[in-house]
Design a protein around this ligand. Sequence first.
Ligand code: PAF
Length: 293
Amino acid sequence: MTELLQTLRAGAAWAAAERIRGCSIGFVPTMGALHDGHASLIRAAAARDEVVAVSIFVNPLQFGDPSDLARYPRTLEADVALAEAAGATVVIAPEVAELYPTWPDTPATTVTTGPLGTIFEGAARPGHFDGVATVVTKLLSALRPDRAYFGEKDFQQLAVIGQVVQDLWLGIEIVGCPTRREPDGLAMSSRNVRLDAAARTQATCLSAALTAASSAYAADPTLTGAALEQVMAEVIAGGGSAVVPEYAVVVDATSLERTPGVLEPTKTRCIVTTIVGGVRLLDNAALLHPPAR
Ligand code: PAF
């Protein structure tokens, strides 16, 4: 039976006891509203680590818009049930007052993420990745797991966390897990429930754009990054009336710098972000591995 711990302090004590027992600890940080994508992270952790902690904390520091924060779904009971079914040992659901005692004043000490945190999603949501990096650093420092599991769906977040762990010598392995998809290719996301019927149909243009880039490259490996960006942009542009394109880029998979010229295919990631029916949707794929359904 999965135990629900309501403070991070209790989570840290649990983790310390597990370390003394010699158990490896896997950690899956979340903001709740869990879906099958989260379940796959928990399953990956349970397959590799002896005990698994899932945190549920809607982190106010990563929201620019207070109404976005207020609207964020909170479904603790269902989340605990999903985490338990996927193999979580404990769920840690702390309060804002514990993690940020000065809230709504910003904590004095935060983590900044530099250029990697200010491009793409960071440009659209200033401060977002600093907020993510701050809370993840705090959770990792308290729990000191062996491994932490993140979805590749938020590819920039995964890169930012990798940078934080490396720069701050946190000594925790970061495991990126493949994106889970709906049968029509749409990447699973807590935001998908906000799509109306028309937007839900048109939202498939993101994965279609990634597949088109991959197919175009397979047909002609001399195509440059710029040419593949054009391929993706055209698919998005034809996505439908609810679709407002944001960016469709071809980047180095580690630095996330754009690679407009000749590509090193194994090191290349295609990333698309689009607003569909008012909902900001993100997707990405390795160039040689188009979205698998
Ligand atoms: O991906 C998320 O759900 C959040 O950004 C994370 C990593 C749990 C930090 O709040």
